[in-house]
Design a protein around this ligand. Structure first.
Ligand code: ZN
Length: 122
């Protein structure tokens, strides 16, 4: 279980990350619509599409991260922060410091990644 001091530490860490992320803001919709360029050859067109794709994914990732940080803060309030969602064990403090939004302990994370790799290969 997290001590009060550690709880306060992670709350500050998560809040700061969340605020930084919200201050950053993704490109507001409307401004990101890249005008269609005329006369692009195939290579240019592909680059153009890759750029659009990238900005879409970045926005998605931004939104996901905000949600994850908010969830982590909720878990902190509920007292379930730092507890692995899969096995119920404690997530190490070092791992939480490196990745404050982690919901799985390192063993479960590894198992999940191995599982994803297996499924990806089939
Ligand atoms: Zn676990």
């Amino acid at each position: 279980m997290l001590t009060k001091k550690k709880k306060a530490y992670f709350k500050k860490l998560l809040t700061r990350k969340l605020e930084a992320l919200l201050a950053e803001r993704p490109v507001p919709s409307g401004e990101d619509s890249v005008p269609v360029k005329e006369g692009l050859d195939f290579a240019d067109q592909a680059t153009h599409e890759a750029e659009m794709d990238l900005s879409f994914h970045m926005k998605q990732r931004h939104g996901n991260m905000v949600a994850k940080l908010q969830e982590a803060l909720e878990r902190l309030e509920e007292g379930t922060y730092g507890i692995c969602e899969s096995c119920g064990g404690e997530i190490s403090e070092a791992r939480l410091k490196a990745r404050p939004v982690a919901v799985l302990c390192i063993e479960c994370k590894k198992a999940q990644e191995a599982d994803e790799k297996l499924r990806g290969a089939s």
